[in-house]
Write a protein that binds this ligand. Structure first.
Ligand SMILES: [Zn+2]
Length: 375
């Protein structure tokens, strides 16, 4: 094939990808509005839409009322064209989700399963994945892969764990899981994955900092909608910023880390029913829990304000505690504004949209992103 032909084909593919991504972003569009938005001729749009339709990647989704009285045909992306599986591995639980191309959770399973760096454990996880896929009734041939979120730091190719003290899985490899999973697998850091799920297909802002408040504290940084990994894949380790000189001991061996003041166990271990119980007692006005909460918030707001000062962008609260923050967001924003040197309000502070399954969804999206890019 001549170079010219190759170029023409590449341009065609670029156009098709731009068209698909625009439909994906907007959900539903007319042919005319696609042509207008991308500055591509109507015949080119038509031709590409036909190919996308043939590939089952888009759907003809009805009619738009257009101004001239004639109705314009609308297209939308087909969320069921492919699926992806996400797994969130924590010390005591496994969450498995099946998501469609739109990052919607089709099937979810959460079971208590204590992590062990043993073959039997990986085999059990493989069986849970198989079960979840079966329950979802999704065509197995449409599954892009399995993303596995773990509380640990990863190698650059995301196939090896370089630090996972909480699990005791330092040095762990993706092959351990792959042996029992008949799909391509990739690791994700739990907080990065959850942050990825939060920014997915949102136009809210170009920049976002995600603060994950779970058994350990972590986070993720997105600049211009791109994940910022850092030089050593250790960005956003917010849990190990020092907030109290010589303060409480952290599991990492240092003193005064954010983690020692803001991890979810500080709240959950003070109540008989974990976090649910804690927030229930707080609602009932228990003075003991009120005191724990106030102290927790004091350190949390120092952390949040530091993030705002550093990044000057929205801060999203996630993780186990983030799931309960909706009802406290006004208090938090008020506290945030009081601490802030420059701003009269704390609206930059937001609550996560995904709840307990955020990390699993984000891990699943690690397969969706390259698929969309490849269309
Ligand atoms: Zn630490």
């Amino acid at each position: 094939m001549s170079n010219q032909n190759t170029n023409r084909m590449e341009i065609k593919k670029v156009n098709r990808n731009r068209i698909y991504k625009l439909i994906y972003q907007k959900g539903e569009m007319s042919k005319q509005s696609i042509a207008y938005a991308l500055n591509i001729s109507l015949p080119t749009v038509t031709q590409n839409l036909r190919i996308l339709l043939e590939q089952d990647l888009i759907l003809e989704s009805g009619m738009f009322e257009s101004t001239g009285g004639r109705k314009a045909k609308a297209v939308s992306y087909n969320p069921g064209a492919r699926y992806s599986v996400g797994v969130d591995i924590t010390k005591n639980h496994v969450v498995v989700v099946v998501v469609d191309l739109g990052a919607r959770v089709i099937q979810k399973l959460r079971v208590r399963l204590v992590f062990e760096n043993k073959r039997e454990y990986f085999q059990k996880v493989g069986a849970l994945i198989e079960q979840t896929i079966r329950d979802s009734q999704v065509d197995e041939r449409k599954i892009l892969g399995v993303g596995i979120s773990i509380p640990g730091l990863l190698s650059q190719d995301a196939r090896k764990v370089v630090y996972a003290t909480i699990l005791g899985f330092t040095g762990g490899r993706i092959e351990s899981f792959e042996e029992f999973i008949p799909y391509p697998c990739i690791f994700s850091n739990d907080a990065s994955a959850a942050g990825f799920a939060e920014v997915w297909n949102t136009n809210m802002a170009d920049n976002m900092v995600y603060l994950s408040l779970s058994d350990s504290v972590g986070g993720a940084i997105f600049l211009n909608q791109n994940f910022y990994p850092g030089d050593n894949q250790r960005s956003a380790e917010f849990g190990h910023m020092t907030i109290v000189p010589n303060g409480r001991e952290c599991y990492c061996g240092m003193k005064g880390c954010v983690d020692a003041y803001c991890n979810s166990r500080i709240l959950s271990e003070s109540a008989p029913n974990g976090l649910d119980g804690f927030f229930e007692l707080l609602r009932q006005g228990s003075p003991t829990h009120q005191k724990i909460w106030e102290e927790y918030l004091e350190y949390l707001l120092i952390t949040i304000n530091n993030l705002r000062m550093l990044f000057d962008c929205r801060v999203v609260l996630g993780g186990y505690v983030g799931n309960y923050m909706e009802e406290h967001i006004h208090t938090l924003r008020e506290m945030a504004s009081k601490r802030n040197t420059f701003e009269p309000d704390g609206t930059y502070l937001q609550v996560c949209r995904y709840k307990t399954e955020a990390s699993a969804v984000g891990a699943a999206l690690q397969h969706v992103q390259p698929f969309i890019d490849s269309i």
